[in-house]
Design a protein around this ligand. Structure first.
Ligand SMILES: CC(C)(COP(=O)(O)OP(=O)(O)OC[C@H]1O[C@@H](n2cnc3c(N)ncnc32)[C@H](O)[C@@H]1OP(=O)(O)O)[C@@H](O)C(=O)NCCC(=O)NCCS
Length: 144
């Protein structure tokens, strides 16, 4: 089940964030994002009453910027990320968004395969973008 993110889910989200990323968002970054931005689209995937994945992003004019997506390692490869992204596509398409943008490390094969399987197209590369010196790959998905 996909529901809108609640502040009460912060601890569960942070736990997944911390095991998913080498440089996780901080508690205050995630909290501010849940609370503040009126153009944000923040959704969680619930299974057995627990948060097992989430997707965060912002609508900026006709673009949706997908900033964060993660699924708990015990729940991966069950199409949860796919369902979260498909949910976002439906949500933003009715808000005059016509493109979803994201960037991902060149070495994040699982995420890249996930985006490609949904039709995202590689549009560019940012050299040495991440702290370890990894390049970022830019992806677009045109909708509407
Ligand atoms: C990337 C991530 C969100 C995918 O979540 P998921 O729920 O396991 O993905 P899905 O089950 O929806 O997979 C959809 C498709 O993505 C691809 N995919 C996902 N994980 C993969 C893996 N480990 N290896 C190869 N392909 C993979 C497959 O094509 C898959 O379809 P299939 O299962 O029919 O083959 C998850 O691996 C994750 O949380 N990673 C850590 C955080 C992260 O890197 N986030 C992205 C930052 S940009």
């Amino acid at each position: 089940m996909i529901i809108s993110t609640q502040l009460s889910q912060l601890d569960e989200i942070i736990a997944i964030e911390n095991i998913s990323f080498e440089k996780p968002w901080t508690r205050s970054q995630i909290k501010d994002d849940i609370q503040a931005n009126i153009n944000s689209e923040n959704w969680v995937f619930i299974e057995d009453e627990k948060v097992v994945g989430y997707i965060f992003g912002w609508i900026i004019q006709n673009e949706f910027h997908l900033y964060n997506i993660a699924v708990h390692p015990n729940h991966q490869r069950k199409k949860i990320a796919r369902k979260l992204i498909q949910h976002i596509i439906l949500r933003v398409a009715i808000q005059k968004v016509n493109v979803i943008l994201l960037e991902v490390s060149v070495n994040n094969i699982s995420a890249r395969k996930c985006y490609q399987s949904l039709g995202f197209i590689q549009t560019g590369i940012r050299k040495d973008y991440y702290s370890k010196g990894d390049d970022a790959i830019l992806y677009n998905l045109e909708i509407n």
